[in-house]
Design a protein around this ligand. Structure first.
Ligand code: FES
Length: 69
């Protein structure tokens, strides 16, 4: 599905950019070109970023001590 009509950027291309490390709308824009026209797709990009972050496993670095004793 085309998410950014102005630049013809698909939802898949945006998801690929997020998986490759884009963590903000600006970074997705740089990677894909989405959002460089009218800007109306920015909310959709933001939603995909948020959904991806919520789907990522929580990385916990606290309590790295020897639990087993
Ligand atoms: S729809 Fe993406 S910039 Fe217009």
């Amino acid at each position: 599905m085309i998410l950014c009509l102005c630049e013809g950027v698909s939802d898949r291309a945006i998801d690929d950019a997020i998986r490759a490390g884009a963590r903000s709308v600006r970074q997705v824009t740089r990677a894909t070109g989405a959002g460089t026209g009218c800007g109306s797709c920015a909310c959709d990009v933001r939603s995909r970023l948020k959904a991806t972050r919520q789907a990522e496993p929580v990385r916990c670095t606290a309590g790295r001590g020897n639990v087993a004793g």
